[in-house]
Design a binder for this molecule. Sequence first.
Ligand code: NAI
Ligand code: PYR
Ligand code: MG
Length: 372
Amino acid sequence: MRVGCPKEIKNHEYRVGLTPGAVREYVAHGHDVIIETKAGAGIGADDDAYRAAGAKIVATAADIFQKSDMVVKVKEPQPSEWAQLRDGQILYTYLHLAPDPEQTKGLLASGVTAIAYETVTDERGGLPLLAPMSEVAGRLSIQAGATALQKANGGRGILLGGVPGVLPAKVAIIGGGVVGLHAAKMAAGIGADVSILDRSIPRLRQLDDLFGGRIHTRYSTIDALEEEVFSADLVIGAVLIPGAAAPKLVTREMLSGMKKGAVIVDVAIDQGGCFETSHATTHSDPTYEVDGVVHYCVANMPGAVPVTSAHALNNATLHYGLQLADKGLKAIAEDRHLRAGLNVHKGRVTNAPVAEALGYDAFAPEAALNVA
Ligand SMILES: NC(=O)C1=CN([C@@H]2O[C@H](COP(=O)(O)OP(=O)(O)OC[C@H]3O[C@@H](n4cnc5c(N)ncnc54)[C@H](O)[C@@H]3O)[C@@H](O)[C@H]2O)C=CC1
Ligand SMILES: CC(=O)C(=O)O
Ligand SMILES: [Mg+2]
């Protein structure tokens, strides 16, 4: 199979879908790999590094989209990219379709077979291709929040860890999954007073055990949520219902009960966000203010630390990428966890939560692929 990787074009997105190390693995499996020139510049991998790994360098993204049987990317295709996808081609990348009707329309019109990293599953009920970026974004959320809390950046001017004799800041984390855990590690490590809210009691038990009393866990009712959000200096939005649009847990009305200069980091923004007042921002202009509360809602947070993120992402995507390259659609038909990643196939939506969020009929991946 010919596998192609274009340079990412989303705002300040410096990750790359294939690192030179991943290219070497595809080549070892007998595949042709083409890479757009400078695709790896953001992680310090130049064209020669890709040539040494066995790839051919091409001049434009159009060359990649025209010549590849499978396109491997990081972020959801942008309008100029989805216009170049076609029937019979596999797209392997993050999609986040539920909050994005335009992209969904574009992918359906193209006829492409699109696998969304974020809905591929594993035996333990996890999302193995989302997890590494959630680890990065969870850790970054505390750095971003700490910066936004500085007075000159519009925040209330509180240091997360405090100092001896002065209380630390309060951090409320809504959603104790992968993002929530990694945000809590950073916040607790820096000395903040941390609460995590979740709807899963087994998960709250696990977090309580992990932190040995260093953080507070709370079952996420409206009462608990209000109490935590109203007293917090920094609120991290980290809920997920896989594939679906994020539930709006913090309403506009609730903002009026928050401290002036408090900061919200809505990591769940790639699924539409869990604050009613969230809208996606970019690394060039990451924050805005509503009712005195600073909002940070960057949808590609890991793009800020591409050297870490691109390698962590490739570690997770390589296994199924090789399966797809080796076997094509048969790989999806054979493996139920990869099938869970199939969001769009030949003009049909094949992920139920995406179909429900956007008002399409859902086709089971098995039916769309003619798998018994
Ligand atoms: N903005 C960015 O750059 C990035 C965003 N993300 C996003 O962050 C979000 C979280 O991802 P993960 O931590 O990997 O998901 P996860 O599935 O590991 O955790 C989500 C948690 O939310 C909890 N939850 C669900 N509904 C809830 C509710 N009503 N109240 C409280 N908790 C609730 C679940 O029980 C679960 O523990 C996703 O939308 C993901 O796509 C991830 C990486 C980068
Ligand atoms: C998961 C995601 O949206 C990202 O890594 O950018
Ligand atoms: Mg996005």
